[in-house]
Design a protein around this ligand. Structure first.
Ligand code: AMP
Length: 269
C-alpha cells in the first residue's frame, strides 16, 4: 500500500494504470467503507481510497470540528484490506489557492438532506468534481447509505466525466441500523437507541409492503419516534429512482434523518 499526501505525486504513480477504482471517504473507516473497497478490489485492477474531511460539505462548523478522525487506525485497516493507494490530501491540494466555481444542484433536488443542510451537496459535488478532474480513475464506489448523495453524484458524474458510478448496498450493524462514522461519537448503550429507531422503520416498511394505504399513518410513526427521545428532522416515503414523493408500493423507500445526542443520523430502507 502506498500512501500519498499529494495528488500530483499520486498521479505520477497511477497515470498509466487504466482501471482504477476510487473510494472517496471522510475516514473513521468502518465495515461500510470496507464493503466499497472490497467491491472495487473485485472489479478493478487497483483501488484508491481517499480520506479527507471536506469542510465545504459541513453547513455546521461544530459538526465539522467534532467529526471523528483517526487516520492512524484507518491506515491500519486499509493496509489489512490490501488497498493499493491511499490519498490523504490537504485542503489546498484539493481546492487550490483560489476559490473554484460553486457547483449548484438542481432545484428539484432541494429535498430531504438538501433542504435541511443548505450547501451540503454543493460541497460534496465540489470535492467530487476536484477529485475527478485531477485523478485518473475509471470507477467510483458510493454507498446507498447516503442515498440522495448517490443519486446527486451519479447524475453529476454522468454528465461531466467518463467515470462509472458503482452503487454499493448499505452495511448494517447486526442487520439493524446503518454503520456510520458518526456512531463513533456514541457509547455502546446509545446504539440501542439507533436500533430501536431502525426496528420502527423496518416494521413500518413491512406493513407498507402488505398495505400501501398504511402510508397515511406516517404521523403515527413520527410520534412513535418522538417518544424514543430523538429529534426527528424528516421521515418521508419517496420513489427510489426519482426521489419523487409520488411513489408506489413497488418502488418506495423510507428516508429518515434525526438527531440523537445532538448528532445527526440518516438512513433509508
Ligand atoms: P463517508 O466517509 O461517510 O463520507 O462515506 C464514504 C462512502 O462510504 C460514501 O459513499 C458512503 O455512502 C459510504 N458508506 C458510509 N457508510 C456506509 C454503510 N454503512 N454502508 C455502505 N456504504 C457506506
Amino acid at each position: 500500500m502506498i500512501i500519498f499526501k499529494s495528488i500530483n505525486k499520486l498521479n505520477k504513480c497511477i497515470e498509466n494504470i487504466d482501471n482504477i477504482g476510487f473510494v472517496p471517504t471522510m475516514g473513521s473507516i468502518h465495515n461500510g467503507h470496507s464493503s466499497l473497497i472490497k467491491k472495487s478490489k473485485k472489479i478493478c485492477k487497483k483501488t484508491l481510497v481517499s480520506i479527507f474531511v471536506n469542510p465545504k460539505q459541513f453547513n455546521n462548523k461544530k459538526d465539522f470540528i467534532n467529526y471523528p478522525r483517526n487516520t492512524k487506525r484507518d491506515i491500519r485497516i486499509l493496509r489489512k484490506l490490501n488497498v493499493d493507494y491511499v490519498l490523504l490530501p490537504t485542503y489546498s491540494d484539493i481546492y487550490g489557492a483560489k476559490e473554484n466555481r460553486l457547483i449548484k444542484i438542481p432545484k428539484i433536488n432541494k429535498i430531504l438532506c438538501a433542504k435541511y443542510r443548505p450547501g451540503h451537496f454543493e460541497g460534496v459535488l465540489r470535492v467530487i468534481n476536484q477529485y475527478l478532474i485531477k485523478l485518473n480513475v475509471k470507477k467510483i464506489f458510493l454507498g446507498e447509505k447516503d442515498y440522495q448523495q448517490l443519486k446527486i453524484i451519479s447524475n453529476f458524474v454522468r454528465k461531466r466525466f467518463n467515470v462509472k458510478v458503482i452503487p454499493c448496498k448499505t452495511i448494517r450493524y447486526k442487520n439493524t441500523f446503518a454503520l456510520s462514522s458518526r456512531n463513533k461519537l456514541l457509547i455502546k448503550d446509545d446504539l440501542y437507541k439507533l436500533r430501536e429507531i431502525f426496528l420502527i422503520l423496518k416494521s413500518f416498511k413491512l406493513r407498507l409492503r402488505k398495505n400501501f394505504k398504511y402510508r397515511y399513518k406516517i404521523s403515527d410513526i413520527k410520534n412513535l419516534i418522538y417518544k424514543k427521545g430523538v429529534k426527528l428532522e424528516y421521515l418521508e416515503l419517496r420513489d427510489e429512482r426519482t426521489l419523487s414523493k409520488n411513489c408506489k408500493k413497488s418502488n418506495f423507500r423510507i428516508f429518515i434523518s434525526y438527531y440523537y445526542k445532538k448528532i445527526r443520523f440518516i438512513d433509508n430502507i
